[in-house]
Design a protein around this ligand. Structure first.
Ligand code: SF4
Length: 114
């Protein structure tokens, strides 16, 4: 497991600095997650990266999260991880919906079998 965001309050491993940290399970499909500790989102309220929708009033929140991703030194690692594991929320400067669209563009379409 690699901590990257504030964790749940009753976690026995809660850090002494009082900050909550969300623990993200390493996913074998996503490879190493050691880059997570270097993310620009480290120490920022994780709720910013998990908007309740992709439209409407959530758009300013999404834009704020993406602005942080935009200056993140591990953005490409994060995006690659998210394209493989498809978590909810903003990862690598993209929403889940954007990653779904990216994956569809990455997979060549096949002609139906005749
Ligand atoms: S790209 Fe965004 S979500 Fe990913 S580690 Fe960087 S700041 Fe965090």
């Amino acid at each position: 497991m690699s901590p990257i965001f504030p964790e749940w309050p009753d976690d026995p491993d809660e850090p002494s600095d009082g900050q909550r940290r969300l623990v993200v399970q390493a996913d074998p499909r996503g490879g190493s997650t050691s880059w997570m500790a270097s993310g620009a989102c480290h120490g920022i309220d994780p709720e910013l990266f998990f908007p309740i929708s992709a439209t409407g009033r959530a758009v300013p929140q999404i834009d704020s999260a993406k602005a942080i991703c935009g200056r993140c030194p591990v953005r490409q690692n994060c995006l690659s991880y998210a394209l493989l594991t498809m978590p909810d929320g903003i990862w690598g400067g993209t929403t889940r919906e954007e990653r779904i669209a990216m994956r569809l563009r990455l997979v060549p379409s096949r002609a139906p079998a005749e």
